[in-house]
Design a protein around this ligand. Structure first.
Ligand SMILES: [Mg+2]
Length: 275
């Protein structure tokens, strides 16, 4: 089923590899098949709360071998988007040292995944007491959110600083049901500031673009695989890559066949796609 020119896969996880704690198919066998075909693989997620290392552990528990560089999160894509947007006096001296104190400071509302992604990209995530030194604002889900954090973020956004949100997901799934997600917190700031953020996660293209650059494959040879039309497929198409919808998750065949622009491949599940 796989188009013959494909060299790399960017895989969504929930609904493609597993549903909750249930694997979808024999994952060890499926990934053996993927390796046998010489395909490079990245895993892309809108969830910015966890670090890549946390995903590697979860993948391993399902029998899927992966290294941290293969996991691309919306938090990393947000940090990537922030880099060229920082206001003057952001600049690098020879040797990569930032000019001016706190010039690489970012105020982020987020959890471990966001803070680690910022440090990795050379930024300093600022505590709320030093929010004033920030050069950009990043908003994600934060289960330690406070009124003070939201107030500082609003003040900075109103001042005109770059405003980036990890993803527009309105809710976040938990065993007890859906709780407010990054998109819900972002909407509070949009209401309070009258400004719209730049989104890093699906259906915006930045997450898939970062994944593709890591894989080093051309766009037309990189297949985005997901189970949700409005996020995975819309995002893959926005990034200009071929897309495969698997029917093992949220979206059904009928909606998939009606989707415009037409989807390159529709498969029952990942196993069927790579057979
Ligand atoms: Mg999914």
């Amino acid at each position: 089923m796989l188009p013959h020119n494909i060299q790399a896969l960017i895989l969504d996880m929930d609904g493609v590899l597993w549903r909750g704690e249930e694997p979808i198919g024999d994952l060890a066998r499926i990934f053996g098949r993927i390796a046998g075909r010489g395909l490079k693989v990245a895993f892309a997620t809108n969830n910015g709360t966890r670090t890549p290392e946390m995903y590697v552990e979860r993948l391993a528990s399902f029998g899927v071998p992966a290294e941290p560089w293969q996991v691309v999160t919306s938090a990393q894509a947000a940090a990537e988007l922030a880099a060229p947007l920082l206001l003057p006096p952001f600049s690098l001296k020879k040797g990569g040292e930032a000019e001016g104190g706190g010039a690489r400071g970012v105020f982020a509302i987020g959890e471990a995944g966001v803070m680690e992604a910022l440090r990795e990209r050379g930024f300093e995530p600022l505590p709320v007491e030093r929010a004033d030194e920030a050069q950009a604002v990043i908003v994600s889900i934060d289960r330690g959110i406070t009124f003070q954090k939201m107030a500082e973020a609003a003040l900075l956004i109103r001042r005109g600083l770059p405003f980036i949100a990890t993803n527009p997901d309105k809710t976040f799934p938990t065993p007890r049901g859906e709780i407010p997600g990054a998109g819900a917190w972002t909407s509070v700031l949009v209401t309070a500031t009258g400004r719209e953020p730049i989104y890093a996660g699906k259906p915006a293209p930045a997450l898939f673009e970062l994944a593709r650059r890591r894989l080093g494959a051309p766009k037309e040879a990189t297949l985005v695989v997901g189970d949700r039309l409005e996020t995975d497929i819309a995002g893959g198409q926005a990034a200009g890559m071929p897309c495969a919808l698997v029917l093992s998750g949220v979206s059904g065949r009928e909606q998939a066949e009606a989707w415009q622009p037409e989807i390159d491949v529709i498969a029952e599940d990942l196993g069927a796609l790579v057979e």
